[in-house]
Design a protein around this ligand. Sequence first.
Ligand SMILES: C[S@@+](CC[C@H](N)C(=O)[O-])C[C@H]1O[C@@H](n2cnc3c(N)ncnc32)[C@H](O)[C@@H]1O
Length: 212
Amino acid sequence: VNDRVVAPFWESSYSEPSQQTFGPPAEGVLRLTTRMSPGAVVLDLGCGDGRNALALAERGFDVEALDISEAGVAKLEALAAERGLSLEARVEDVTSFRFPRAYDLIVAHGVLHLLAREQWEAVLDRMKRSTAPGGWNVVVVFTDRLPPPLDLAPHVKGAFREGELAERYRGRGWTVELDARYTLRDEHPGGVRHVHPVNEIVARRSPESVPE
Ligand SMILES: C[S@@+](CC[C@H](N)C(=O)[O-])C[C@H]1O[C@@H](n2cnc3c(N)ncnc32)[C@H](O)[C@@H]1O
């Protein structure tokens, strides 16, 4: 029995100087940029090779981007340098990141379900506490409505239940501005085809909430 966990498909794509692994910047992130003040402070958790972090830096925001993948962070840094963009990218595990300041936008796109449930619960709590009053969270996760694709199964450690992501933001000083639930059919570099049950939220912390 070979029980070695094979690296997820994105690792090899991060090592290639080709296109961005997950395509163009996410719509939900781009839409928010028109509502954010110049100089807003942004955190991209599990940034990968940086499609969202780069788009945010390009629009003049103060971007911090973290990923556990050395190849991902190296590619993001190279792309930023190529485009003359300034941002802070670091190799860091989001489960031990302690959110040293408040952020106007925190993005966690496609990363939380890769953590075990108790880990993502703690990260989500820290994200909410570290969001500035009036700031946003954009979170995209896979749910357990369908089984994960075989190649990703060992990596999807904490699939969400349908609807529970939005539930965690309702009330208590947050407004859920988008609660989208859909099936994503995508194709990745190398011809990898996947079908994912996705929950996506855009949530805003009340401007009247007290900073923590
Ligand atoms: C599906 S990719 C999404 C990348 C990026 N957010 C995007 O939308 O293009 C998930 C990313 O999460 C990263 N990741 C997984 N576990 C992590 C952890 N514990 N800490 C930081 N990053 C992690 C992976 O290395 C990978 O780059």
